[in-house]
Design a protein around this ligand. Structure first.
Ligand SMILES: NC(=O)c1ccc[n+]([C@@H]2O[C@H](COP(=O)([O-])OP(=O)(O)OC[C@H]3O[C@@H](n4cnc5c(N)ncnc54)[C@H](O)[C@@H]3O)[C@@H](O)[C@H]2O)c1
Length: 424
């Protein structure tokens, strides 16, 4: 029990980059000030007690600037930061490193018996996913992934209309997410070599499609362009277009195109431009995550320092009507949800019923790793298709067998196939 009779959950954080600043930091600061409450687990203190990153510099600077806004935390750095962090007294670990380093940190945290939440994309291969799911099962802890777009009120409404049968059978659709050159040129320059803009942002829509419409993933194809971020024949991609085909219970199919880029001009109005359209048997859904009604112009500030079409829903800083300064939005809410799920498992009733509570929280398909399989299959397919293209073998088609979980790559007119994952 912590001071004041509240029980406590201690959190560890791996990676203190942009996403930490946007979502985890405001969550932990609010939790530090207010705690969490739920009838099932009562008053709960939540503290960030350990962080791990490569250099530790941002953590040190954050500790200094945050002052009383956050509890004192241990700051681990270097190549073994995660090894040190998991020996600290933490109940849960948040993994927000670049995506090709998620698996290692998540595995070590699960092995140490910690609950884990990983930023999207969870991991880059089915092998890694299956291992983490099995490990979480063995250790009796939660392993989850953050897809904040599922908590966007517009996407919740879309899913509600599908769930309620108002929108019937999706046939096809497109999604696009465009980011400015500053993302590839500055923000992510450290890890961008050999990578593409699809894996880490198309994945938002891979999940939205998979979670909202259900169905069985059948095929993935992809192409892209090079020459700006890296050489025109190298392994680093400027923009990527992928297509997925799904099949539903009645045997009918749907196709989805997802376009992503991280080389859009820095002064384009959106900063992150996100658009979707889904066509159903009886309807059309058109969504734009930025143009929700706000268009802001400030002399000498928009569109660079301030954005023209701002997304105040994801993560906005506000003066509340009651005078308080706050930072809130669905990007922060999704972190809080995970912490509430851990609190429910650990403190939401008698110890003898923990297994039942754990099972209940694992059944939440929106964030449980076990429900991320078709999304990870699509990501692994995309990475493999682009890697093959960079080596002079373009136009591969990935096929996923939802029954066996097998993922294969084939080329039109070529008999040989490449097995990306042998199945469960
Ligand atoms: N949910 C979203 O919309 C969203 C938005 C941005 C980023 N993300 C995800 O969050 C993750 C991080 O993105 P970011 O923008 O914060 O990246 P970033 O490059 O700004 O920061 C990465 C952080 O990880 C640390 N790090 C790198 N390698 C490490 C290692 N081996 N061990 C410990 N720490 C290590 C770095 O020191 C840095 O603090 C990515 O997976 C990304 O896809 C999600």
């Amino acid at each position: 029990m912590a001071a004041g009779g509240a029980s406590i959950l201690r959190a560890g954080m791996v990676g203190l980059g942009m996403i930490f600043d946007e979502t985890y930091r405001p969550f932990f600061e609010r939790a530090h000030a207010e705690g969490l409450w739920d009838r099932r687990f009562g008053a709960l203190a939540v503290e960030l007690t350990a962080v791990g990153s490569r250099t530790g510099k941002r953590a040190a600077a954050y500790k200094k600037s945050a002052g009383q806004k956050i509890a004192d935390f241990q700051n681990f750095s270097g190549s073994d930061a995660i090894d040190q962090l998991v020996t600290a007294d933490v109940d849960l670990v948040c993994v927000a490193t670049p995506d090709d380093r998620h698996y290692e940190s998540a595995r070590k945290a699960l092995q140490a018996g910690k609950h884990v939440v990983i930023e999207k994309p969870s991991v880059l291969s089915l092998k890694e996913l299956d291992e983490l799911v099995a490990l979480a099962q063995d250790q009796g802890v939660l392993a989850k992934v953050v897809y904040h777009k599922l908590l966007d009120p517009d996407h919740k409404k879309l899913r509600t209309l599908v769930e309620d049968g108002v929108l019937r059978h999706v046939n096809n659709g497109y999604c696009s997410l465009l980011e400015p050159k500053s993302i590839s040129g500055q923000q992510f320059a450290e890890w961008i070599s050999g990578r593409n803009p699809g894996t880490y942002v198309a994945v938002h829509y891979l999940k939205l499609i998979d979670f909202t419409f259900g169905g069985r993933l059948k095929t993935v194809t992809a192409t892209g362009q090079r020459g700006l971020v890296g050489p025109k024949d190298g392994p680093t991609w400027d923009s990527v277009q992928m297509r997925l085909v799904y099949e539903y219970g009645d045997g009918r199919e749907a196709a989805f195109d997802i376009h992503t880029s991280w080389v859009t001009p820095n002064n384009f109005p959106g900063y992150v431009e996100q658009e979707v359209q889904f066509r159903f048997d009886n309807g059309v859904w058109n969504g734009h995550s930025r143009k929700r009604g706000v268009e802001l112009t400030v002399e000498d500030k928009t569109p660079n320092d301030l954005k023209t079409t701002i997304n105040t829903h994801y993560n906005g800083t506000f003066v509340e009507p009651w005078g308080e300064r706050s930072q809130r939005g669905y990007g922060i809410e999704v972190i809080e949800r995970f912490v509430r799920e851990v609190a429910y498992v650990e403190k939401g009733g008698p110890a003898g019923e923990r297994t039942r509570r754990l099972k209940e929280m694992r059944e939440l398909g929106y964030n449980d790793l076990s429900a991320d399989r078709q999304v990870v299959a699509s990501v692994q397919a995309l990475e493999a298709i682009l890697a093959e293209a960079a080596q002079g073998r373009p136009d591969a088609v990935a096929s996923y067998d939802a029954e066996s979980g097998k993922l294969t790559l084939a080329w039109p007119g070529v008999a040989e196939t490449r097995v990306l994952h042998p199945g469960r």
